[in-house]
Ligand binder design. Structure first.
Ligand SMILES: [Zn+2]
Length: 87
């Protein structure tokens, strides 16, 4: 499955997320994203067999883009660039 996510570094995504969700705690969203990144790194898949979507998985549990959004493919959706987000 080809994905056309917009790659974004972890820190940049968190900053963006907090700007549009002022009620969310930075440490909280970071912990949820890091959990999803770990799952992605260890090869965890969605129940349908696709790779998990880290950004969505932080909100909705470990699942792929299609299972979370009901859409076939991403458009203007972010995905964490885990290569540049090595901590
Ligand atoms: Zn799925």
């Amino acid at each position: 499955m080809k994905s056309r996510f917009t790659p974004i570094a972890l820190d940049d995504y968190i900053e963006k997320h907090l700007r549009s969700n002022p009620d969310v705690k930075g440490a909280d969203i970071r912990a949820r994203l890091e959990y999803a990144i770990d799952a992605h790194r260890t090869g965890k898949r969605c129940s349908c067999g696709a790779n998990i979507w880290i950004v969505g998985s932080a909100e909705a549990g470990l699942s792929c883009f299609t299972c979370i959004t009901g859409e076939k493919s991403p458009s203007d959706d972010y995905e964490i660039d885990i290569i540049s987000s090595v901590t």
